[in-house]
Design a protein around this ligand. Structure first.
Ligand code: GLU
Length: 500
């Protein structure tokens, strides 16, 4: 199938039963992209008919994930639209009416089989090594018997009559023609005893009444599609086009799950990923533009996306690639945008990964702007801003006597290096990176040390870390006074360690 040329109407229809995972959000993202591309509409519909599993936090997380990724929708809860309400529990009457109409037209029937009877049936089938399936006994119940059961308070469902032979087929936009044997299906419930529809009935009715043209969803729904086609047939409506997107696997080729690490978009947000990078990355889970391009701006993805190029084999979630991609996006940001992205992480309480609580908030933005060029190249996550830059904001750093020496340096040699460095620091002017570098290189030669031997203790003394941004930029940004104080303190620490 080539890409739709006329405007599509596509929907993201999550069930608020858990925090939406990456695979789930990917369907939202594909829907959003194809809606933008064709100038169509992206609809959000909350499928909350399973009231026992309803979770309000999950519902909140759904909208937060959409908002964070910039997947704005045209119709949906809180947004309105001509086909609302967009929450299934508010559409119950429609489903009941449709199910009853299917009974009237002979396509469905009331069933008073109790859960205990269904359980006993399954046990018998299990013992006989038969696949568990409903045996259609309700087809033979008379209206009087059903009424009697109703009066007796037994649970009454409505089931669709499935022909016991023949085939049903559909053309999947990703996998091509898929055919099912009807004898494999049993008469399934469309209206539960609590008068709530099953997913099968509800989504078919909603998709039809909302004018959905393409159903984009995970391929775990393929096996249910024949049921959906039968409901369409019974209702006399034309099914939409089906686009079943492939499963997402972890690096070990097992289905992506919690044990692979973070699985929800919001976790990635909290870990310091940028929404644009995550958007780009998710888009490539099961789709590729047909060449090796990986880093693509949103507008390029919209231009290049095509259903044709959705893969029919599983996609692999490569967390390292996502981190790499985030680094690319960070490098490509302008300084002001990066500051805006970093600040919320740096200004969190210390216990949440922010700068020490002793650092006053709000953080000095002008100073931060001066520091960005020192670290932008190296950042992969926004959360790393705190750790990479903390020593610029802290009053003091406190490296231990063991941390200060460079490779193959004892305490005495380290003191010698730092004392020479301190003396030079007091007189160096201008305190600019290039000048400092030439001065300190000359100093190393003068005191007959390798540059690395001189620079390493200085780095630890002024930053408290073995790895830090380029030394002379760092010294310059810290300023002469703080460099002096920190080197003095480091020398003292070393001297005390010798005495002790
Ligand atoms: N409510 C279903 C889900 O959350 C929707 C499946 C579909 O898109 O048809 O998976």
């Amino acid at each position: 199938m080539t890409n739709p040329t006329s405007p599509v109407r596509v929907r993201y229809a999550p069930s608020p039963t858990g925090i939406p995972h990456i695979g789930n959000i990917r369907t939202a993202l594909f829907c959003w992209v194809i809606a933008q591309q064709t100038n169509g509409q992206f609809i959000v519909r909350i499928e909350d008919t399973d009231r026992s599993r309803y979770d309000s936090d999950a519902e909140k997380a759904i909208f937060e994930s959409l908002q964070w990724l910039g997947l704005d929708f045209d119709e949906g809860p809180g947004k309105g639209g001509l086909h609302g309400p967009y929450v299934q529990s508010q559409r119950q009457a429609t489903y009941v009416k449709a199910a009853e109409k299917l009974v009237e037209s002979g396509h469905a029937y009331y069933d008073d089989t109790t859960p205990e009877q269904l359980h006993a049936l399954r046990e018998r089938q299990k013992a006989a090594k038969q696949p568990p399936r409903y045996d259609g006994r309700g087809r033979h119940r008379s209206p009087e018997e059903i009424e009697e059961s109703r009066q007796a308070g037994l649970p009454i469902t409505i089931r669709l009559k499935v022909p016991d032979h023949g085939k049903i087929a559909f053309e999947d936009s990703v996998r091509g023609k898929i055919t099912f044997e009807l004898k494999e299906l049993d008469d399934f419930v469309i209206l539960k005893s609590d008068q709530m529809p099953t997913y099968h009935l509800a989504h078919v009715l909603d998709d039809a009444s909302m004018g959905v043209t393409h159903v984009i969803r995970g391929d775990e729904w393929i096996s249910s599609t024949p049921r959906h086609l039968l409901i369409h047939q019974a209702l006399g409506i034309t099914p939409p086009k089906y686009v079943h997107v492939p499963l997402i696997l972890g690096n070990d080729k097992a289905k992506l799950s919690k044990r692979h690490g973070a699985t929800s978009a919001l976790e990635y947000r909290d870990m310091g990923f940028l929404p644009d990078a995550v958007f780009n990355f998710i888009c490539l889970l099961g789709w590729s533009p047909g060449d090796d391009t990986e880093v693509m701006a949103r507008k390029d993805i919209i231009n290049r996306f095509s259903i044709d190029r959705i893969n029919d084999s599983p996609a692999t979630f490569d967390a390292e690639k996502l981190e790499w991609m985030n680094g690319v996006y960070i490098r490509n940001m302008n300084t002001d945008d990066l500051i805006c992205a970093l600040l919320p992480f740096m200004e969190k309480p210390e216990s949440d990964g922010g700068l020490p609580d002793s650092v006053t908030r709000p953080i000095d933005r002008v100073y931060l702007k001066q520091l960005i060029p020192l670290v932008q190249e190296r950042l992969k996550l926004l959360t790393e801003g705190t750790e990479t830059l903390d020593f610029f904001f802290k009053e003091n750093v406190d490296p231990s006597a063991e941390e200060l020496p460079g490779k193959k340096m004892g305490a005495a040699m380290t003191i010698q290096a730092l004392e020479a460095a301190l003396a030079l620091c007091k007189t160096s002017s201008p305190f600019e990176p290039e000048f400092l570098e030439s001065e300190y290189r000359a100093l190393a030669e003068k005191i007959q040390m390798k540059p690395g031997q001189l620079f390493s203790p200085i780095r630890v003394a002024i930053t408290g870390k073995k790895f830090a941004p380029p030394l002379f930029d760092t010294m310059s940004a810290l300023g002469q006074d703080r460099c002096i104080t920190r080197m003095e303190k480091a020398i003292l620490t070393l001297k005390l360690s010798i005495i002790a």
